[in-house]
Design a protein around this ligand. Structure first.
Ligand code: ATP
Length: 263
């Protein structure tokens, strides 16, 4: 079975509080057409091969999802991943891979007449996995399990890779800087905002360079997740070339209506 596991942009991201050491978020996520390619086959044991990025197998979210599926349903999967989503980019690449594995498992189990509900496994593997399994556009609240679908949008965009930001370090820096908690009004949900941006900029100076390039070009950039990818919605012609000339890796993308696409 082959699938594309799409990445996402956080169109808005608010940190509303902390409970038990977990930061609570509110905001809107949208799937985009930059995805990892997955080949998932039934096997005698769980195996993950990843091309284009390194990660110890036991920590790989795709592996962790597959182990939970095996333990519950006795279905072992051999998974190959070709990485395209920038690692540590805030585009949810590791969550996308887990969602892709779970969506494939759901299909395989349905083929055996098993109507599997993998939502608790999704929530256990990572905070964005619940959203990624369905994808499209959604308001995501709390620690990621509270997903309210919204009508998908249509847009072209440019993802700009400023280099990885470690998610845990970004939240630690958010706390150290004592950045304020805030909640969006309904009207603010679709306006670009990312409460983690000052923290991510402390950790990765290229985010500021990217913002300066954007200012020079007269385009608005937003940051996705905990960084380090920025994005421009509806980029004018020549925007990608200008960012590439300034030394950034760029990916033209479109909005996507689904998180996982079977191919
Ligand atoms: P988020 O936006 O959810 O915070 P991110 O997009 O910033 O995440 P990812 O690329 O999803 O970052 O994850 C980066 C970290 O997760 C790396 O440290 C990597 O070792 C680990 N990881 C685990 N599984 C995967 C995977 N399938 N693909 C890439 N990284 C993975």
């Amino acid at each position: 079975m082959k699938a594309i596991a799409n990445g996402k942009f956080n169109l808005s991201l608010y940190v509303t509080g902390v409970v038990g050491g977990m930061h609570l978020l509110d905001g809107v996520m949208h799937s985009v057409s930059l995805g990892d390619e997955l080949i998932v086959e039934e096997s005698d044991r769980v195996r993950v091969t990843m091309l284009g990025a390194e990660c110890p197998t036991e920590r790989n979210t795709a592996y962790r999802a597959a182990i939970l599926v095996r333990d519950r349903y006795g279905l072992s999967l051999d998974i190959s991943i070709a990485k395209h989503i920038p690692v540590g980019g805030g585009m949810g690449g590791s969550s996308a891979d887990a969602a892709g594995v779970l969506a494939c498992a759901e299909r395989m189990l349905a083929g055996r007449g098993v109507n599997a509900d993998l939502s608790d496994i999704a929530a256990a593997v990572g905070s964005d996995v619940s959203f990624m399994m369905r994808g499209g556009c959604a308001r995501v609240r709390g620690t990621g399990g509270d997903v309210t679908a919204l009508p998908p949008m249509e847009f072209d965009a440019l993802a700009i890779d400023c280099g990885a930001v470690d998610t845990a370090a970004c939240y630690r820096t958010f706390d150290e800087l004592a950045l304020p908690f805030s909640s969006p009004t309904e009207g603010e949900l679709l306006s670009p905002f990312n409460a983690l941006r000052p923290a991510a900029e402390r950790l990765n100076g290229r985010l500021r360079d990217c913002a300066e390039t954007a200012k020079r070009l007269g385009v608005a950039v937003s940051m996705t997740g905990s960084g380090g990818c920025m994005f421009v919605i509806s980029p004018p012609a020549g925007t990608a070339d200008a960012f590439r000339e300034a030394g950034f890796r760029c990916f033209p993308v479109r909005s996507a209506a689904c998180g996982v696409v079977f191919v």
